[in-house]
Design a protein around this ligand. Structure first.
Ligand code: DQA
Length: 182
């Protein structure tokens, strides 16, 4: 962790280089910045889920399906083995904000974020998304625009690169693919 902090602007991690920097103990001329399409580039993504999404599979299956969060996460690992995933789920707003800050500090390349019910209420989460460098894609399993009126507004989406809504678990795949290709 300390070695990692020596690397300037580690938005794109190349593991081999990182190891070399860590071993040598030298601070970096970050040549990765000059070769962003190097084949050894590894991509790290945070998949962050908000309140009640730990109950996927049993929670309102008519709306959210029977796929569990663990299923979604292992599917992403299988679909994109090139990606180093960080999977987090929290029920509280502050803990979600802490994960967004950590993603920024650790140079994660992108964030797939389902803020659950906080989508429609949380100024603090929107501010956190606006404050960090990694691009964030908002994901919803259900089509929030086809449900109750209060779900049609997202406080967070305007700070994101885009929103995926109504594609069920496939929305997570599409969002990660987008961030991987970006
Ligand atoms: C949700 C939609 C939200 O309105 C709701 O509060 C959720 C799940 C979705 O994935 O469809 O908790 O984010």
């Amino acid at each position: 962790m300390t070695g990692r902090r020596l690397v300037a602007v580690p938005r794109r991690d190349w593991n081999l280089t990182e190891q070399a920097v860590n071993l040598s103990g030298r601070s970096a001329i970050d040549w990765r910045e000059f070769f962003p399409h190097h084949p050894l580039r590894s991509v790290s993504l945070l998949v962050l889920n908000g309140p009640n999404l730990n109950l996927l599979g049993v929670r309102e299956p008519d709306t959210y399906g029977t796929t569990t969060l663990a299923d979604i996460e292992s599917d992403l690992d299988e679909q994109l083995p090139e990606v180093t995933f960080r999977f987090e789920q929290e029920n509280s707003e502050g803990a979600l904000i802490d994960h967004l800050h950590a993603a920024h500090e650790d140079g994660v390349d992108g964030v797939v974020f389902n803020p659950g019910g906080y989508t429609h209420t949380s100024v603090a989460l929107r501010d956190a998304v606006a404050a960090i460098d990694p691009p964030v894609v908002e994901v919803h399993l259900s089509n929030v625009h086809a449900r109750e009126d209060f779900r049609r507004t997202s406080r967070i989406a305007p700070a994101c690169v885009g929103q995926m809504s109504g594609f069920g678990a496939a929305g997570y795949r599409l969002a990660t693919r987008f961030l991987f290709d970006a």
